[in-house]
Ligand binder design. Structure first.
Ligand code: BMA
Length: 319
């Protein structure tokens, strides 16, 4: 019975915005195939999304969209904000799936994204104050790697990065550390796929880690491969505040999965892929921004305290 009560809680956490999808290719000031998988940040009292835009060659770049309320009246940069340097081996075939965090000690944003390099997908890092000019720090770890985000502060003097390398064909989430944003090591598995569950084939970080007094609230995507393709859903976990390599809790069930028509039908069916969130502590609200079916951008909202209440009812994880 406790299991069923928790599943009901999980099912009720998120509410889709009635105006979804909030952004689609038709809104763009220049030709696109699809706009999806956005990173999110708050800047100058606005919500800023860094949206993955796929062009008509099938290559992606990143473009900023800004809105005062985070739901409507998006102002989209008239041209790509962050484009691949196609002459480089790192960014040969485009940039995908960004995540953003505010690096407090540098008073700058750290943007991690997937560069499609000659050796496969790699995680690259760029630093910016304003989303107009970027300092490029290059690829962080060897391919194949995706779904990466830094934490906003250091742990025992080291920066930390969650990412999703492919190791022996397996797709688990790892955490790595760096003293200088350049050299990364002390790699540790963090959240693994689970046999027979909805997240049995792949897992990867969704939006940026969210700091709470109880620990880092983590959203991640999990994939089950079926005869009709993969189903991308979203689950939750809680990491220790000072030792984020320790998983304290992990939900058994997903909290958001493809249900609405725009999540079920698109270039890739049955995909809900969050990559950004904004936290509004004053109203206890979390806005979770996600790519829907690799075609459009949608948003779902949740109460932060209900999310924590759900996490606290989830099984503890022995580390
Ligand atoms: C993943 C990533 C995402 C994409 C998802 C579903 O591997 O490449 O960019 O949204 O697949 O197609």
């Amino acid at each position: 019975m406790a299991e069923l009560a928790r599943q009901e809680k999980a099912n009720e956490l998120f509410k889709r915005y009635h105006g979804n999808p909030i952004l689609s290719g038709a809104d763009w000031p220049y030709p696109t195939n699809a706009v999806f998988n956005p990173a999110a940040a708050k800047l100058n009292n606005e919500t800023l999304l860094l949206v993955r835009v796929e062009d008509m060659r099938g290559f992606s770049h990143l473009t900023v969209a800004r809105s005062a309320d985070g739901f409507t009246n998006w102002e989209i940069d008239p041209k790509p904000t962050l484009e691949a340097d196609q002459s480089s081996r790192e960014e040969r075939w485009g940039l995908e799936d960004p995540r953003i965090i505010w690096l407090e000690e540098q008073k700058q944003f750290a943007v991690t994204y997937v560069s499609f390099s000659e050796g496969g997908p790699v995680v690259s890092l760029a630093i910016t104050k304003n989303f107009r000019t970027f300092a490029h720090l290059g690829a962080l770890l060897p391919p194949e790697d995706k779904d990466a985000c830094m934490f906003p502060r250091r742990f025992n003097g080291r920066f930390a990065l969650i990412h999703r390398p492919i190791v022996r064909g397996e797709a688990h989430m790892w955490i790595s550390f760096s003293p200088d944003l350049k050299h990364w090591g002390d790699h540790r598995p963090l959240i693994m796929t689970r046999t027979a569950y909805w997240d049995c084939h792949r897992v990867g970080l969704a939006c940026q880690p969210i700091e709470t007094p109880e620990g880092w609230m983590i959203f991640y995507h999990g994939v089950r491969t079926t005869t009709a393709g993969g189903i991308y859903r979203v689950g939750m976990a809680l990491l220790d505040l000072d030792s984020p390599w320790k998983v304290l809790r992990r939900g058994d069930e997903w909290v958001l999965g493809p249900k609405a028509p725009y999540e079920r039908i698109g270039d890739v069916s049955d995909v809900v892929f969050p990559s950004g969130a904004t936290v509004h502590k004053e109203t206890d609200q979390l806005n979770l921004y996600y790519g829907a079916a690799d075609s459009t951008v949608a948003v779902a909202t949740a109460s932060l305290s209900a999310c924590m209440d759900y996490l606290m009812s989830c099984p503890g994880v022995a580390s």
